[in-house]
Design a protein around this ligand. Sequence first.
Ligand code: ZN
Length: 484
Amino acid sequence: MLKKCLSTLALALIVTWVASAQDARTVVANASKAMGVDTLKTVQFSATGFDFALGQAPNPSAPWPKFIEKSYTRAINFETPASKVDRVRMQGENPPHGGGQQPLVGEQPVSQTIIVGSDTPWVQQLEIVLMPHGFLRAAAAKNATVETKTVGGKKYSVVSFLGDNKAKVNGYINAQNLVERVETWIDNPFFGDMPFEAIYTDYKDAGGAKFPMHIVQKQGGYPIFDLTVTDVKANAAVNIQPPQGRGAAGGGGGAPAAAQATSEKLGDGVYLILGGYAAIAVDFKDHITIIESGQSEARGQAVIAEAKRLIPNKPITYVVNTHSHVDHSSGLRAAVSEGPTILTHQLNKAYLEKTLSLPHTLNPDKAQQNGKKPVIEGMGEKKVLTDGTHVVELYHLQNFGHHDGMLIAYFPKEKVLLEADGYNPQAPNATPPSPPSPFTLSLLDNIRRLKLDVDRIVPVHYPADNRVVTMAELTKWVGRTTTN
Ligand SMILES: [Zn+2]
């Protein structure tokens, strides 16, 4: 009886699936017809609006910080498929607040070319697949299914297929047969299985096809683009060639940043770890404390391994996190899998607890595999870590626009200050910005307020030439001649 029930159920599932697949073909065909997918082989459009820097919010409760898209032009060939974007960015937050290399001085041209080939990463292909016409083309080529969903009182046919990264790609098709929203998930070293979605509204006729005049892309729940389309040319003669010269290789895929760690002794039991985002390991009497863990799980693991090599047979009890930006917190995933407590400013505590607990099923890292949960401790304005011999003073920076919950680490015996994103040294012959970055000025103001006697700065964004950065270099960079 049970067997019979099961086989009936299995049959029912197969029938439903076949019906669903057939329905999906009909839904996709109807939407394709309404939107002119067959006629729209290429498109070129211009827009103005904003882009936003993922994971660089000024504090854990704010959206990603905004930049102005002074101009934005994109050409897409749906048949190749290929896409080329040329845009000009400007500073959008005034006063500067948050990361993403703020303040952006003047105009910054950005170009991105994607020509889909057999080795093009899925995340790049998504730039075309997430477009309404790109989605319908992909849905027609894959084993798409459909279900009906009501969202916000509105009924949609939701067409789904599996992306190359094994995440679902869902397209929301409205009663007018227009694609209103496409969503999927991509791997991010900090945010895990991160939602990536695009919302399309204000459809207009474009040479017999329908094209959205408002495009919003979101990653991690907040916008990364908000574009108002000003001009659409259907079937424009687009000629997308591989980029030449700088950045030509593979459209920015590239190898992950070097994770090999090298080290330098800064003083008794205090070690600077280089070879990526800088970190410091401290040899306390019966334990190790690490300050900063880098931009990736691999870098976090390399920092931890180097600390253990330098200071054998002691447990790592603390990993200090300067602030919760994605590039300073992705290495914390390595700390989570190892077990030490993560110490950060209290503003970041709940955010790191939540974010470091997110699932990483698309590309499982070690913390995902061993199931360890983050242990986070928040601190206020000042905390001193000492065993009676070694001393590390942690301070919260005040009025620091890059991040509201930023910590610095001061080593009074060594007169060393570790800082993140207050002063990111450039090449020795670089011209300082005029006026100086408000973040650099704020760092200096805080050093004075706290009366810290600093000889050497350890910027987490260490200079490419690995030079020793002095307090004198920092004051000279902002045009000040005296310190303290
Ligand atoms: Zn930052």
